[in-house]
Design a protein around this ligand. Sequence first.
Ligand SMILES: [Zn+2]
Length: 163
Amino acid sequence: MTPLPSADQVWQALAQVPDPEIPVINVVEMGIVRDVRVEGGKAVVTMTPTFSGCPALHVIRENLEQAVRGLGFGEVEVRTVLFPPWSTDSITPEARAKLERYGIAPPRPAGEVGLIELELEPVRCPRCGSLDTSVKNTFGPTLCKSIHVCNACREPFESFKTL
Ligand SMILES: [Zn+2]
């Protein structure tokens, strides 16, 4: 009988699961996975959804469960906790750099900006670094992102909303 995988191995398996909206980033880097526990033959994964409006929650749950099941657990439980709420501050620095390379302006640290300032402060263009950008559509393709246009290189780009 092979010993069951450790919690560390579960974390490693979860790090292979891409975020459904931003495939260059995995769910661990996104800060979605809060806790992993191995109890007997069972793995318990605790997650917090990112934006409550994001439609990908059931996809994420399924993907997490599948990744952990692949390790050989008989039972996998994915628990969803809403408190404390997920914030864009949960995104790791490595993931922020990946977001920028992917062409999405990463969110600013939530502590640094107030809500009103958030709408007014320019977002840096991930392509040329110019701060001369304007918001095109605050709703964006999903509730998580907004669309901006860079006045310097004239390229539209998405920005991750700070939460
Ligand atoms: Zn630009």
